[in-house]
Write a protein that binds this ligand. Sequence first.
Ligand code: FRU
Length: 526
Amino acid sequence: MKKNHLFSTGMVISLLVAVSIISCNAAPKKSGDGKSFYQEKYRPQFHFSPEAHWMNDPNGMVFYAGEYHLFYQYYPESSVWGPMHWGHAVSTDLVHWKHLPIALYPDSLGMIFSGSAVIDWNNTTGFGSKGNPPMVAIYTHHNGTIEKAGGVDVESEAIAFSLDKGRTWAKYKNNPVIKNPGIRDFRDPKVSWNKEAKKWIMVLAAHDRVKYYSSPNLKDWSFESDFGMGLGAHGGVWECPDLFPVKVEGSGETKWVQMVSINPGGPNGGSATQYFVGNFNGKTFASESTRTNWIDWGRDDYAGVTWSDVPEKDGRRLFLGWMSNWQYGEAVPTSVWRSAMTFPRELVLKKVSGGYLLASSPARELALVRDQQLTTTVSPETISGEKEVNLNGVALSQCELNFDFSVEKGIPDSFGLVFENGLKESLKIEYSKGSAQFIVDRANSGSMSFSNEFAGLTKAPYILKKEVRLHILADAASVEIFVDDGNLVMTDLVFPTESFNKLKVFSSGGKIELKNAEIVGLKRIW
Ligand code: FRU
């Protein structure tokens, strides 16, 4: 988070209008350029973004009564960060979203920073009934007045509840439920019901570690333990943790994953999300990870967490991240709105040599936007140099690409894909034998002058086997690259002056065998 944006006149105004019981109709204003929303340059067509204004972290993700709820850090008065509210949208299929009024407004305790939401099925809070269990949001109050005065107790944890499927909210009268213990960065609570301990467990970020708390009723919390000092990456402050159990693929074993975002200090600069795999016994987390693991090696996947209360018969661990980076998120060349979320992803824990790997793939609901009329396949071919692919009318700015390569007959120095436009701007996705890395090169990709930090290479270590399978989701201003069923993920924003309309497969210093390739147009969701 950019600390220099913590105060603005907007905040004072927001505080003045803050009320305890919220039911509002903050319909976003009309698009400034006279066009309809979602038709603007660089507007994501199949990713979530608010109609207008600034968005950062996903918050309060919970499934209830047939709806996936997505709350998000939102500043409804500008397209840069400001006093935070919780924006709100729902989806019945994870793909198409309906905007709802702002759920939580700043109040006398402060702005509404990141947090989570749960369904209190047993009405442990007493806010609802077993017949109508409350949806409870657990979030951080960030108090700008205390911050301005140089105080340390800026952040505390609070709760609010809804009895009408998240449409209207009441804040708990005895907030905060956890006072600041004298730690300046003390935020982003993620809460879940722990079946074994029969208690609510909260994990929150406290500067260079996470802290676990437990509660019988979401109101009274006891400190349990700390985790993370000296473990994993520590190039910046820890934020937005998540703790969840997950089955190890193909086994009966369950492990716990402790995910936590870090800013700065990501593997390619700025914001990123790391994870630890181990065991949680209701009080402490013991990591078995021996190296630093990243959910996504790209520059633009931050503050991601998973949905609560996904039905057991579904059983998936569904993840969503903020598709941006604090290094330049407020400067990217969009105006009406700023920022989008990643496509929803399913996380799968795999046992691999040397430990565990948390793989991500696009949620299977992606099938709902595949345009069968706009599908093109590419014949198998051995390629050396460059080979342009016939797109047959599929727009490179709104499609899914599946490219399977084989290196059984030899490994070239580098191979991969290049997206290009008529202005010779390009985005290159390559495997490099010399460095044994996947590299995304956006150094000549179009608009980049908005930040010195944006251009350049994203690199990720990759161990080449016999085949390389690239699965890419390309939207108007982003690529999400899933290599080998999501064992390696790289998400990067890109702002070409004109949309990319040419795709090339390349191989240099040797030949590459393209086994199969398919490009599928994706329908817009708005
Ligand atoms: C992460 C973050 C959180 C904080 C929120 C404020 O991007 O800095 O730690 O709660 O954004 O908007």
